[in-house]
Design a binder for this molecule. Structure first.
Ligand SMILES: N=c1c2ncn([C@@H]3O[C@H](COP(=O)(O)OP(=O)(O)OP(=O)(O)O)[C@@H](O)[C@H]3O)c2ncn1[C@@H]1O[C@H](COP(=O)(O)O)[C@@H](O)[C@H]1O
Length: 110
């Protein structure tokens, strides 16, 4: 049923909810609460994903990973960073190995 559902679709849904009202939309209520709240929720979900991963809880990890991705997209919406910009950055990084990418960050002082 959701075979073709993508992160782009979820990002578009989140963008549309930013025009909604907080009483109707959880996304809008998060965005209205501000970046500190949005970032805190993302951090909480990331920690919960870490806990599930370390516990080898596959179902928990799936559920928490979904929360992490949703809250990351809300964070990107709040920050005005299009998901496609992140995808492009990931695509750029495929031109080199992870070790090379890390070394290039170090040489740039990042
Ligand atoms: N994918 C999600 C999604 N994943 C997680 N969540 C919400 O993120 C929250 C997770 O936080 P917690 O587990 O800490 O739960 P909580 O204690 O209720 O959260 P808080 O009260 O602390 O905010 C829950 O309220 C979840 O419902 C999501 N809320 C919305 N979406 C998507 O966004 C769409 C738009 O949602 P609305 O903005 O509500 O219309 C939905 O149709 C979904 O596709």
């Amino acid at each position: 049923m959701t075979k073709d559902f993508t992160l782009d679709d979820l990002a578009a849904l989140i963008a549309s909810r930013s025009q909604s009202s907080a009483d109707k939309s959880y996304t809008k209520s998060l965005l209205e609460a501000g970046v500190t709240r949005v970032a805190k929720k993302f951090g909480e979900e990331a920690v919960e994903a870490v806990i599930a991963a370390v516990a080898r809880d596959k179902v928990g990890l799936k559920m928490e990973a979904a929360d992490v991705l949703y809250h990351l997209l809300v964070l990107l919406q709040d920050g005005g960073v299009p998901l496609q910009d992140v995808i492009q950055e990931l695509a750029r990084r495929t031109q080199q190995s992870g070790h090379q990418e890390k070394a290039s960050r170090a040489s740039q002082g990042a």
